[in-house]
Write a protein that binds this ligand. Structure first.
Ligand code: ADP
Ligand code: MG
Length: 714
């Protein structure tokens, strides 16, 4: 995510190398290497330079020959007394044998299948050798050592801290080292990407120096400093971005929505339950926010089933009552429809027009409450949004399209995953003077440090309490031999009238590769067939996945909702929000393919009514990580706790929202480093205070534009 160097004036059209030079322009990188490098995600010189070592091996100490012991790895300096290449034609192999000496003695060296060595090394050459000492027929021998002649001024493979990289077949650490060196030698004056004052004040390594220290460090400390610099830079850019958004927001105006306690009370009196304390507090906060003439920018974070919808509904009602419009964005069509239906019911006593806009199929419904659902054309729906007669428009991201305009949009509610910048909100209104309030809802528990960084532009409200009377979902890890019993258990639940979800990691088997590391990956199609034909021939088994058309998906969901279907085999489409209170068993195949937060979401699909519910976890993996994660899932019912656990076990990479930012791994780790995050924030503030528009920082400005694009903020 480091800013593009081209902005700083090098010559992208010419033949000189810069950070965007395709890797194929490097010496010796043809189609084969291109393909291999792609596996490591490397296509440009920059990618290669930011392919940081995973560790460093210390070969800075030179051992004298009389001190070497079998089984150890050493760096030895010696002069070549003899070197010869033997080819063994029958076995299609070659052996290079050499003898070296230093002041203390002599040592045999051997290389297998590296016939070119005799062209690099000759008798009387002095070199450094790093390798493992083994004992073979001819005695103590240094096996397959890497080497560099002592006349070479700068060592990269021997006699120093040596970088070990994430490799792939055909790309060794040695190859990467050599290539990185070549690039760094050619790019000898890379422009600094961080403001000078920040470098100075915080004692941060300069760009060029940091790259060098990351790959060819003078000490482990320097290597650490180097990586820290790049992580800091990532965080700094994120903070710069979110703070800019925040500052922009502080300058624009929103429609103030006066608070009407009576109205809220009327809605609450119609609910079959009482709000939890957390819901009441959140509602109050939100109603207070939208009362102000500044746009609200709030993230409502609450575990699965914590009851976010009603909180949003109250805010929507308050806004609509004042004559303004509300838009609700859902991440999937299924969810949009569900919201359309449940909010339609909830708000029916208040008589309003609710529209549903999804987009994939040209079918649109408008609802003149209290009871009729009518289909209208998309054109009419858009007209009604624009002339203000639709009070609440619910939909997928189709709502963000250019043709969709509102007349008096005062509140945008986003359920899961979308981010909304100031300009994006302005666009919905085709006005820039007034910006709608934003309520963003998520069930992804975001730990504090992450909330502070990537969501730093949002105010945070947490629903940390579940409605009373919810039974805990009993979660068990099922070993393969217990599978049959689990099916029997499922049958019993179905006999009681309950319904079952079966989640698989894939839709269909790929013909060429049905397994991964020799393990079967279960697919929706195969499991569906098996359950329908062999296991539950007497029950109704159905399936749901992303390759089905909207219409097909809808029919499947309707049947499951009505209870016609007993078992629904599905991909992760059911992950967020789907509400089937009668379902009591969640059966998850291949759990190692899902993140903990995601598994927790699946589990949240059951246990939504009075029935005791169950979650069965299946895996063929015996990896320690998988075991730990499953254990965490089985013992904890709190999404927040699980998020913390996942962070500890797997790092923050899994969190929704983070991937969008394109934060590289080395910076991901640092997202948990509260001190570094805060320092980055402070630094970003310092820059923005003096130069809010980043006029003096063209590289940063360009970077901000890239980020904005990536996050679809405009
Ligand atoms: P989520 O936060 O996951 O979006 P929902 O808003 O879908 O949760 O609510 C889950 C279920 O809990 C819904 O059926 C809703 O009617 C119910 N619910 C919400 N608040 C309460 C409450 N305070 N007491 C009891 N049930 C509630
Ligand atoms: Mg929800």
């Amino acid at each position: 995510m480091v800013a593009d160097q081209e902005a700083a004036g090098s010559n992208p059209a010419g033949d000189t190398m810069n950070l965007s030079t395709p890797i194929t322009r490097l010496p010796g990188v043809g189609p084969i290497y291109e393909k291999r490098l792609k596996k490591l995600g490397i296509t440009t010189t920059r990618d290669l330079l930011f392919h940081f070592p995973k560790e460093y091996q210390d070969f800075s100490k030179i051992t004298s020959i009389n001190k070497v012991r079998e089984g150890q790895t050493y760096c030895i300096k010696g002069r070549i007394l003899d070197i010869k290449l033997k080819r063994i034609w029958q076995r299609r192999m070659s052996i290079t044998q050499a003898v070296i000496e230093d002041k203390t003695g002599s040592l045999k060296l051997i290389w297998f299948n590296q016939p070119y060595i005799t062209t690099n090394l000759q008798k009387d050459d002095e070199a450094l050798f790093v390798g493992k000492v083994i004992r073979n027929k001819t005695g103590i021998t240094l096996s397959n050592p890497s080497y560099e002649k002592t006349e070479q001024e700068e060592h990269i493979h021997v006699g120093r801290l040596v970088s070990i990289y994430p490799e792939t077949s055909g790309i060794s650490s040695r190859w990467i080292r050599q290539m990185v060196k070549t690039i760094l030698d050619q790019l000898d004056s890379l422009p600094e990407t961080l403001p000078k004052e920040i470098l100075k004040k915080r004692d941060i390594l300069e760009f060029q120096e940091a790259l060098k220290q990351a790959h060819f460090p003078d000490s482990k400390q320097q290597a650490k400093e180097a990586k820290k610099r790049f992580a800091f830079e990532e965080l700094f850019q994120i903070m710069l971005f979110v703070l800019t958004e925040r500052k922009r927001l502080a300058k624009v105006k929103a429609i103030p929505v006066p608070l009407s306690i009576d109205l809220v009370k009327r809605l609450l009196s119609k609910l079959p339950y009482k709000l939890t304390d957390a819901q009441r507090k959140a509602t109050w906060q939100i109603l207070k926010d939208i009362e102000k003439p500044r746009p609200m920018n709030r993230l409502l974070e609450g575990d699965v089933g914590s009851g976010k919808t009603i909180v949003a509904a109250i805010a929507a009602l308050a806004t609509i009552r004042e004559g303004y419009q509300v838009a609700l964005l859902a991440p999937t069509e299924i969810l949009a429809k569900q919201h359309f239906k449940s909010l339609g019911q909830l708000l029916s006593p208040f008589r309003m027009d609710i529209g549903l806009l999804t987009g994939k199929e040209d079918k649109f419904i408008s609802k003149k409450l209290p009871k009729d659902v009518i289909e209208i054309s998309r054109r009419k729906l858009l007209e009604r949004a624009k002339d203000g007669s639709i009070n609440l428009l619910i939909g997928t991201h189709a709502i963000i399209q250019d043709q969709v305009k509102f007349s008096d949009l005062a509140l945008v509610i986003v359920d899961e995953q979308h981010r909304f910048g100031v300009r994006q909100r302005a666009k919905l209104l085709h006005k820039t003077t007034l910006i709608p309030h934003l309520l963003s809802m998520t069930a992804t528990p975001i730990p504090r440090t992450l909330a502070l960084s990537i969501y730093g532009d949002l105010d945070l409200t947490v629903l940390d309490e579940l409605p009373k009377g919810r039974k805990k979902v009993k979660t068990s890890i099922i070993p393969p031999r217990e599978r049959e019993n689990a099916y029997k258990f499922m049958a019993k639940e179905i006999e009681k009238g309950r319904q079952v979800f079966v989640i698989c990691p894939r839709i269909e088997a790929k013909s060429d590769k049905e397994t991964e590391d020799g393990k079967i990956i279960r697919t929706v199609q195969e499991e569906h067939k098996k359950l329908e034909e062999e296991i539950f021939p007497d029950y109704n088994v159905d399936m749901l996945h992303g390759k089905m058309t909207t219409k097909e998906k809808e029919v499947v969901m309707q049947k499951f909702k009505r209870g016609t279907t007993d078992v629904l085999v599905s991909t992760s489409v059911v992950e967020v929000g789907i509400d089937i209170p009668n379902a009591s068993v969640m059966f998850i195949e291949g759990v190692e393919h899902f993140g903990l937060a995601q598994l927790h979401q699946f589990r949240g699909r059951v246990g939504r009514a009075e029935h005791q519910s169950y979650c069965f976890l299946f895996t063929d993996s015996n990896s320690e990580t998988t075991r730990k994660r499953l254990q965490a899932l089985a013992t904890s019912t709190s999404g927040f706790e699980l998020a913390e656990q996942d962070l500890k076990i797997r790092g923050p990479g899994d969190f929704t929202g983070l991937k969008q930012w394109g934060v590289p791994d080395f910076a991901m780790e640092q997202l948990l480093n509260l001190q570094l995050v805060e320092e980055a924030k402070e630094a970003a503030n310092e820059i923005l205070e003096k130069d809010l528009e980043l006029k003096k920082h063209p590289i940063l400005k360009k970077r901000m534009e890239e980020l904005r694009e990536k996050l679809h903020l405009e």
